[in-house]
Design a protein around this ligand. Sequence first.
Ligand SMILES: [Fe+2]
Ligand SMILES: [Fe+2]
Length: 252
Amino acid sequence: MIRVAAVGDLHYDRRSRPELKRYFSTLSARADLLLIAGDLTQSGSVEEARALAADLEGVSAPVILVLGNHDFHQNQDREILELFRRRGIKALEGDSLVLELHGIRVGVVGLKGFGGGFFGACITDFGEPETKQFARHARVQADLLCEKLQALDTEFKFALLHFSPIEGTLLGEKREIYPFLGSYLLAEALDAAGADAAFHGHAHHGVERGATPGGIPVRNVALTVIRHAYNVYSFDMPRRTQERPRELHAAT
Ligand SMILES: [Fe+2]
Ligand SMILES: [Fe+2]
């Protein structure tokens, strides 16, 4: 069994106190890895990221993270990624990694994703250059997700995102902002490539549980949604002769 701890939208700022440190310090006894689904910082500064990195120091399990939109705000995203990588944290941006946990190969694809919306209310690659740029960025992120997942040859495959691949985990958010919260293209990529689960954040007022049209479990792990320092999801060993989905068991 693989135990995946996940959380997103920690939004560390200059006033942050090490409140989460004590929860992170016991994580390694409860989970095999920690996924952090972006919005690490409030305003995208290196100092804010440094405070989070300090709180994560006690986690001996592998920590894998992606950036969220907030982490780009001050154009310090490269420095933030570098800061985490220097501390041994796997900061992914459109790439994947493979871990061996209890003799089981676990692959994680990590990228921010993007907005664009969902069927019936989504942006299209048409019109002004700015609109097309928005639409194309969503497409590029989804294509990358598909490509990297397909390239993984591991017993488990997980996707770590910031933006949502489905509407289901956005329930509670205003419908008017759905196009800024996620893109159906990400779900298409997941269903095309296959994955055991996808984790995202960004939708602070959404709900935790959903699934892609193809049945891949999706979990919105924004801190304000799960209301814990992290949730732990357990995955039984894959039965590759059967189709998905396997059931997820959430615990805190
Ligand atoms: Fe956020
Ligand atoms: Fe966000």
